[in-house]
Design a protein around this ligand. Structure first.
Ligand SMILES: Cc1cc2nc3c(=O)[nH]c(=O)nc-3n(C[C@H](O)[C@H](O)[C@H](O)COP(=O)(O)O)c2cc1C
Length: 349
């Protein structure tokens, strides 16, 4: 008898057999002992749901406006660098799959296909950047995002120095032929990670960044509620709760354990986003119940990309979306506004 696999686990297996082992290590690995990588999804699994019955859930309302984008449901794609390591089409497959599924993608600064080439194929999208030591280069990236039509800029805050990643370093010594950081060609970036990260960056630099553009700035990598307050005070227009998928600091707190305190501090002033370990539709429901407005998927959509290109990305999003819709209905929640901590077992009081 063959073993029945969850669709994402099936794509995971297919991706692994399709991919170069060094790229696989880069994709799935993380910091030091990879405890945070493994525990991010486990934390979701440990949280139990407490459904209500006798509610009309015949028409679920899951759309919302996020920074001017109408999201049909609260699932987006997190920035992931260098996707031509994983599939020939790279980010082109991702933005096509995202568009087909109605999911907004965040394009990494380190995209292996230039954002300006992706823009025509993508639905509404956000651009990700790291603030560069060279502020002129930072501004070039902001202008590039504006010209390409990005709807906002996600700036990563949790990477002052490169993560220590033994599995990745053992496998990948340099970029293979034909894989390049297409957005950074003028920047002369010397290393695979780091080098161009700025460990001196503070909230003052973020205030500077906010003043440089009309686009909303999203602060990615916030876990501490006090930092969420600083982010709002600095003029950031969304707080993105993340531990970078466990790729930077090991044994760091899990986003799902931090989001409630963050959302209490933010108090609805700006949207709260979350990533790190989202693997199932019930994970989306739990993140929203504890205070996120929307979630982002990281590694799983890249498994989809590597296994089946744009169709694989689409199927990952739709699998998680369909599970989320079923979980909403099963919990007696007809609209996003109905999703509160009361659906979490132990929080119902
Ligand atoms: C291959 C890969 C590359 C990534 N590149 C970036 C990046 O360039 N910038 C960034 O802020 N986060 C990056 N991330 C982190 C993701 O945006 C996201 O925070 C994380 O993957 C979410 O966790 P999950 O993979 O468990 O869903 C990367 C993640 C992966 C797997």
């Amino acid at each position: 008898m063959s073993q029945l696999l969850h669709p994402l686990d099936e794509l995971y297996r297919r991706a692994e057999s399709a991919m170069d082992p060094a790229a696989w290590a880069y994709l799935n690995g993380g910091a030091v002992d990879e405890l945070a990588v493994r525990r991010n999804p486990d934390r979701f699994a440990e949280i139990r749901l407490l459904p209500r019955v006798g509610v009309d859930v015949s028409a679920l309302r899951t759309s919302q406006d996020l920074l001017g984008i109408e999201l049909p449901y609260p699932i987006m794609l997190a920035p992931a660098a260098l996707q031509r390591l994983f599939a020939a089409d790279g980010e082109l497959g991702t933005v096509r799959g995202a568009k087909a599924a109605g999911a907004t993608a965040v394009i990494s600064m380190e995209s292996s296909v230039a954002t300006r080439e992706l823009a025509g194929e993508a639905g509404p999208f956000f651009q990700h950047i790291y603030v560069q030591k060279d502020r002129e280069l930072t501004l070039e990236l902001v202008r590039m995002a504006e010209e390409a039509g990005a709807r906002g800029i996600a700036v990563t805050l949790d990477n002052p120095v490169p993560g220590i990643r033994y599995r990745q370093d053992a496998g990948m010594l340099g970029l293979p032929e034909g894989v390049r950081r297409a957005n950074l060609e003028s920047g002369g970036v010397p290393r695979l990670t780091g080098g161009y990260l700025d460990p001196s960056m503070t909230w003052r630099d973020l205030e500077w960044l906010v003043a440089q553009t009309e686009l909303p700035i999203i602060g990615k990598g916030i876990l501490h509620p006090e930092d969420a307050r600083f982010a709002v005070e600095a003029g950031l227009q969304a707080v993105y709760v993340s531990n970078h998928g466990g790729r930077n600091l090991d044994t760091v707190a899990h986003p799902i354990d931090c989001v409630r305190a963050v959302s209490e501090v933010v108090a609805g002033r700006v949207p709260v986003l979350l990533d790190g370990g989202i693997r199932r539709g019930t994970d989306v429901l739990k993140a929203l119940a504890l205070g996120a407005d929307a979630v982002l998927i990281g590694r799983p959509y890249v498994w989809g990309l590597a296994a089946a290109g744009a169709a694989g990305v689409k199927s990952v999003v739709e699998t998680i979306r369909d599970e989320f819709l079923a979980a909403m209905a099963m919990c007696g929640l007809a609209s996003l506004a109905d999703i509160t901590p009361a659906v979490i077992f132990g929080e119902e009081g």
